[in-house]
Design a protein around this ligand. Structure first.
Ligand code: SAM
Length: 321
């Protein structure tokens, strides 16, 4: 097992099935530039082999399928049931929810227990102005289907001053009523936002979120797993919510995440542009591949920040959000 000087090791793997997405969210890509078809990506069987090698070599026991939009990719139908058969403690999917009604039967049949749906507003017009595509009612229907099937659903919301801060309380009410944990993701200084005034203008951080929620609810900080990205709060008798406070309470010191991009690169940190190829290893027998993989994993672990997320020009959908 590779461990760094801060005692960090890889435990969570995020696999980007495809960089393509049916949305063009304002915080992810500039000017509605949607990537409809990605090129030179690994196929489902190559990604599965890479995942198996990483599980066996790096001590991975949690896996999240993400993207781009994972449910958009034809690979999803083969990939999900196959990873559910791997010896992992936890598998989850992050999706924008637009294809959830269509993929619900496959998801339920796979035995998946947890799903995160990204949703930034309950206002249909605002939804279109943030995502530049999609349909709110379809996402809500998808969430209901997952809840009815007994999955643990979390909703991710990125609060932005100019777009959806007034949606924080309605979103929280919606989630509490359904037993969903809402997780506010502080706007990250990534991709086109890295050098843009929009980041400073739109950032709405943990203190502001808590102050706003405090107008309606009493809450207290509660437990989170040691390597969790989320600071969790309990509203007694109502439920919980979380804040992924990249800026306000960075979690770099206990980060166990490793990312595998759809074009075959390992990334050890969202705040670094460094990447480590893995596609060449997939042509080799297991023993040779695993030996070479150790060097790539050490490189990726060395990319982690010591203290704080600094932001980068890397785009979340390419390396797996
Ligand atoms: N398409 C899927 C989805 O929408 O959930 C998975 C990929 S998306 C890149 C994963 C998560 O990254 C989403 O919850 C999205 O809100 C978040 N995200 C993307 N860019 C972000 C940014 N600049 N700041 C904060 N969160 C961001």
């Amino acid at each position: 097992m590779i461990v760094d000087a801060q005692g960090r090791r890889f435990r969570n793997l995020r696999v980007s099935l495809t960089a393509a997405c049916n949305y063009a969210c304002t915080y992810c890509v500039p000017d509605g530039k949607r990537l409809q078809a990605a090129v030179a990506e690994l196929g489902a069987s190559e990604l599965l082999r890479a995942v198996r090698l990483l599980v066996e070599s790096a001590g991975i026991d949690k896996l999240r399928i993400t993207g781009g939009e994972p449910l958009l990719s034809p690979k999803f139908d083969e990939f999900l049931p196959a990873v559910m058969r791997l010896p992992l403690k936890d598998v989850s999917v992050t999706t924008n929810g637009q294809f959830l009604p269509k993929k619900a039967d496959l998801i339920v049949a796979s035995g998946l227990k947890r799903i995160n749906v990204s949703l930034d507003t309950l206002n249909a017009l605002r939804f279109r102005s943030i995502a530049k595509s999609g349909d709110l009612a379809t996402v809500l229907d998808g969430i209901d289907r997952m809840l009815r099937a007994g999955l643990n659903v979390k909703v991710n919301m990125v609060p932005m001053k100019s777009a959806n801060v007034d949606q924080i309380l309605p979103m929280l009410d919606y989630c509490l009523e359904r037993g969903i944990e809402l997780r506010f993701i502080e706007l990250m200084n990534m991709g086109h936002l890295k050098y843009s005034a929009a980041y400073q203008r739109d950032f709405f951080g943990m203190d502001d979120i808590l102050a706003l929620i405090g107008r309606r609810y009493e809450f207290a900080r509660t437990d989170a797993a040691y390597d969790s990205t989320s600071v969790r709060y309990e509203i007694p008798g109502e439920g919980t919510f979380g804040i992924i406070a990249n800026e306000s309470e960075p979690f770099c010191a206990s980060c166990t995440r490793l990312r595998l991009s759809s074009n075959g690169y390992l990334y050890g940190c969202l705040s670094s542009t460094k990447r480590h190829p893995i596609a060449d290893l997939l042509q080799l027998p297991d023993d040779q591949a695993k030996t070479l993989l150790q060097t790539r994993l050490m490189g990726a672990l060395g990319d982690k920040q010591t203290v704080q997320f600094k932001g980068e020009v890397t785009v979340m959908k390419f390396i797996g959000g």
